[in-house]
Design a protein around this ligand. Structure first.
Ligand code: 4NP
Length: 155
């Protein structure tokens, strides 16, 4: 079993979208019993809440349902529980480094490292600028690259 944790700030926009997109891809490839997927936020503002309505609407427009997901905060133990801990932006990465045990550091990456064809290195926060459509496209690209990496190294 390979495990993947997507992390953003609030766990209501980017990381639940990534969780939903990646789960859909993994299901479609028949790999759902081999890859465990979750998401979390570096901050606790939205713990227990469903994804932002705009993220839910964008997901629905693209054919996936993320309405059942609930926010939770990332914890140090996530670095033992997950093989991949994937930060959406540099700020998330820095915040994760603060809670990451030394031996867990090699599990932490920027999600867009798996989308070298995307010019940006960070998934921009859509909470204020409403670019849920652009964020979804980036996440889809990186999800493909992530699955290719998992296939090459773990399956
Ligand atoms: P996310 O977006 O990190 O992609 O879930 C945000 C959600 C909430 C806030 C900021 C970003 N906030 O400040 O509450």
């Amino acid at each position: 079993m390979v495990s993947v944790l997507f992390v953003c700030l609030g766990n209501i926009c980017r990381s639940p979208t990534a969780e939903g997109v990646f789960r859909e891809l993994v299901d479609r490839e028949g790999l759902s019993d081999q890859i465990r997927i979750d998401s979390a936020g570096t901050h606790a503002y939205h713990v227990g809440e469903p994804p932002d309505g705009r993220a839910q609407a964008e997901a629905q427009r693209r054919g996936i349902d993320i309405s059942a997901l609930r926010g939770r905060q990332a914890i140090a133990g996530d670095f033992n529980a997950f093989d991949y801990v994937l930060a959406m932006d540099r700020s998330n990465h820095q915040n994760l480094m603060r809670i990451c045990p030394l031996e867990g550091e090699d599990r932490l990456s920027m999600f867009l490292e798996f989308a070298p064809e995307v010019a940006q290195k960070e998934v921009p926060d859509p909470y204020y600028d409403n670019n849920f459509d652009g964020v979804y496209d980036m996440i889809e690209q990186a999800a493909q690259g992530l699955l290719a990496d998992i296939r090459a190294k773990h399956l």
